[in-house]
Design a protein. Structure first.
Length: 395
């Protein structure tokens, strides 16, 4: 095809003889990729404005705009509001097909909490011919900004992230979303710093927290329990698991006391030990305790047994997640709820691949099924407890 010159000095292929909006959009996008790859527009430079490109290619401005959006989603261009589009990289062909960034909340080397899920995502991306780059944000806005900056510099064009929950707002994440770049949010909104209107523009994958909590509590009710306590880390406001617990108790009309609801404990087993101490200090205790975190539940069990309280003879304890920082062996006797990491990974990769390939339409919100995993930390309510309708006495 003949090439056209313009006042910006770039040489483009004449695509005006094409038919169909989709084919014209793709032709313009592909030729702009060639222009960038050949170095006619350098990284950091602005490409010609929409009106000039429309005249140059002999197409309408909406066609040019769609082509630019397509290149932005692939991480080739960056849209600067009120200015135009600038080039991110000159050589993007291989990286565009392969690079995905995963921002986890904690230590990328930790066992349990993230490790199995990361391996599943990496495996499925590899099957699709893509490369995974993993960073950790600590769930802080500053950490998240740093992660996205490093991923951008490494050529990543797709992003999987659990948004930050601490600090200010993450400007890099908000910029990524506003530019229409491929992204999947993992987890559920609540304490996220990300504004709701931006979160709704993204594909989201989470487990069915409400359904899983109901199953755990149904299991305990089936064992005869009706007096439940809960031990939650930090502030549970915004937590789907805590909300599901409260909704279940209220909906069933089960007895509830404010001192059976323990909030703001530390994370991990230490938080569970702290939570048990606060429950016991309240005097009369529930017969079953639910913890939205397995490691907290393990701490409750440790403290109960240290205090001479039999688990599950005197107190049943259940967690959620079927994962521990101490590895699978730590869960040997803990009743909990779990899910398939492979299913989560499959949904994340499916949604992100569709975005990266330009096949996606409206954002999706996927909930992966959760199932109860009954083990030895829960059992039938004790005979004396059932007869008295009371929990364990205070210390």
């Amino acid at each position: 095809m003949p090439k056209r010159a313009n006042q910006s000095g770039i040489q483009v292929v004449d695509v005006s003889g094409g038919t169909g909006c989709a084919s014209l959009r793709e032709a313009v996008a592909e030729d702009l990729r060639r222009v960038i790859r050949e170095g006619q527009v350098a990284p950091g430079d602005l490409i010609p404005p929409e009106r000039e490109l429309a005249d140059l290619y002999g197409v309408c401005r909406p066609t040019v705009r769609q082509a630019l959006v397509r290149l932005t989603r692939r991480g080739i261009l960056r849209r600067i509001p009120g200015v135009g589009y600038s080039v991110l990289r000159a050589d993007m062909t291989a990286m565009n097909a392969r690079a995905v960034g995963l921002i986890v909340g904690g230590d990328t080397t930790a066992r349990g909490t993230h490790f199995e899920g990361v391996l599943e995502i990496e495996k499925r991306l590899a099957e699709a011919g893509r490369v995974l780059v993993v960073t950790a944000s600590g769930l802080t806005a500053g950490g998240e900004d740093d992660c996205i900056g490093r991923l951008n510099a490494s050529g990543v064009v797709g992003l999987i992230v659990t948004p930050a929950m601490h600090g200010a707002r993450s400007t890099e994440l908000e910029t990524w979303i506003r530019h229409g770049r491929p992204i999947v949010l993992e987890g559920h909104a609540g304490p996220w710093l990300l504004p709701d209107d931006l979160a709704r523009q993204c594909d989201q994958v989470d487990v069915d927290n409400h359904g899983g909590v109901r199953q755990v509590l149904d299991h305990l009710v089936g064992l005869g329990h009706a007096r439940f306590g809960v031990v939650a880390t930090g502030s549970p406001e915004g937590s789907e698991r805590f909300a599901a617990f409260a909704s279940y108790i209220e909906g069933r009309g089960l007895p509830q006391r404010h001192d059976w609801v323990v909030k703001h404990v530390s994370s991990g087993r230490e938080g569970g030990r702290e939570g048990f101490a606060r429950l016991r200090a309240a005097g009369e205790m529930p017969t079953a305790v639910f913890c939205p975190s397995d490691d907290v539940a393990l701490g409750v069990i440790d403290a109960a047994r240290a205090a001479g309280v039999a688990v599950p003879g005197d107190l049943s304890v259940a967690g959620f997640g079927n994962e521990s920082v101490d590895g699978p062996a730590a869960l040997a006797e803990l009743s909990t709820a779990g899910w398939s990491h492979a299913d989560v990974a499959r949904e994340i990769v499916r949604l992100l691949s569709a975005r990266m390939d330009g096949r996606a339409a409206a954002p999706e919100c996927v909930r992966v099924p959760v199932h109860v995993v009954p083990r030895a930390s829960t059992g039938p309510i004790g005979v004396a407890q059932a007869a008295s309708g009371a929990g364990i006495g205070g210390a």
